[in-house]
Design a protein around this ligand. Structure first.
Ligand SMILES: [Fe+2]
Length: 405
């Protein structure tokens, strides 16, 4: 300690105190979302605070996720806490390392003889301009991905030929809505706009393929009630996603039931001219079956396809498209409809999607995919999960038209 002035330690303490305050502010900004974003008209302020704090924390959170294995959902809360409270200290450490590196290279440069000062100045000017332009471009793309693209909506149309399709179902239209993720990232007003647009498509049937809520069980009542808006003759059927299980499967099922949506996890319904039926119908019918979520529930084809006559075409709903790999050769699955992967949410030029929450890489990222024993249409979803950004992967509604072969 001899030779080091006392003010040095006072300065150090002040810095650590400031970093601790910044950590607490970040944690509060994230925690407040539980209380603010559910209460209009403060919900947008709460949502913005949450997202801003999340972006600050994100680089350190990615590092934490690599170091700490994610064993189950509860571990992500631990990641959240460590990355929120540790982020300011992480940035301070990065700043100190960067400062030392700059000092080292500057000292090295000073030792090199500079023949032309004017040339050095020009180079410095060009380097600074390039860095500035790069910063503005990154900021622009980030702003677009956080604010503009998540509010867009694409309608994807698919015409699917189905074997043995009864005459009455030729041209039958299904609109699939997936991954609405109501919560601190996706607002109820945006989901309402999407559902209005879905109603305008006036399909014969709505199917919902999971992840209706995000981040907290407090999102369940409104996140499921929103589907009351859906209007069509045959109504809506649904399966749950992993996020619904994380926040409360029973409460989600109850909320959907109140909204007039029938849940069919590991079960099925039959469609006929008379409407939806739980009892098997032999002739002129179409089966819509549902699987439990692959991560958080059982996946039982035996229960989902129970008593389905071999002559009845069957469309299977599965939140997670990886379940397509489990379809056996003698299961009658004419088409699978899935969500979950969100198209990766971010698609970079040349690289594609850097994130794909699937065991099979980019195979089931979005659009028309092919499982070993059935075609799979994967919706890129409506809302946001993980990172609150969408780039080159806008929210989408999927419209399926069935055709006789
Ligand atoms: Fe999702």
């Amino acid at each position: 300690m001899i030779g080091i002035p006392v003010s040095y330690f006072q300065r150090k303490n002040r810095i650590y105190l400031l970093l601790a305050c910044a950590s607490v502010c970040l944690a509060l900004a994230i925690l407040q979302s539980e209380f603010l974003w559910l209460k209009p008209p403060l919900d947008e302020i709460g949502r913005t605070l949450y997202k801003s704090a999340f972006f600050v924390v994100l680089p350190f959170r990615v590092l934490v996720a690599f170091v700490l294995p994610r064993i189950d959902h509860h571990w992500s809360l631990l990641h959240h806490l460590i990355s929120t409270l540790g982020a300011p200290f992480f940035y301070y450490a990065v700043f100190r390392v960067a400062k030392r590196l700059v000092g080292y290279f500057r000292a090295k440069k000073l030792r090199v003889e500079r023949p032309l000062d004017s040339l050095f100045d020009r180079r410095q000017f060009l380097a600074r301009s390039a860095a500035g332009s790069f910063g503005i471009a990154v900021g622009g793309v980030a702003g677009y991905s956080a604010i503009v693209e998540p509010g867009e909506l694409a309608i994807r149309n698919y015409e699917i030929p189905i074997r043995d399709l009864p005459d009455r179902f030729d041209g039958f239209r299904i609109v699939q809505i997936s991954d609405t993720h109501y919560g601190p990232y996706t607002s109820a007003s945006f989901i309402r706009k999407v559902l209005d647009r879905a109603n305008e498509l006036s399909p014969d049937l709505f199917v919902l393929t999971g992840d209706y809520v995000h981040f907290t069980p407090r999102a369940i009542p409104l996140g499921t009630e929103l589907f009351k808006m859906l209007k069509c003759n045959l109504g809506a059927v649904a399966v749950l996603g992993n996020h619904d299980h994380w926040e409360g499967a029973n409460a989600c099922k109850e909320g959907l039931h109140k909204a007039g949506v029938q849940t069919i996890d590991n079960s099925r319904v039959f469609l006929s001219a008379a409407g939806l039926s739980d009892a098997p119908l032999d002739r002129d019918s179409l089966c819509i079956a549902g699987l439990g979520d692959l991560w958080e529930d059982r996946v039982s084809f035996d229960e989902a396809l129970r008593d389905v006559p071999r002559s009845t075409p069957c469309i299977v709903l599965s939140h997670n498209p990886d379940a397509a790999e489990l379809v056996r050769k003698n299961d009658r699955v004419d088409l699978m409809l899935s969500g979950h992967t969100h198209g990766g949410q971010i698609r970079l030029p040349r690289i594609g999607a850097p994130i794909a929450p699937s065991q099979f890489g980019k195979k089931y990222l979005g659009g028309m995919c092919h499982g070993p024993n059935c075609p799979v249409v994967v919706s890129r979803g409506i809302g946001l999960a993980g990172i609150p950004l969408r780039f080159q992967v806008p929210p989408e509604l999927v419209q399926i038209s069935l055709r006789q072969v």
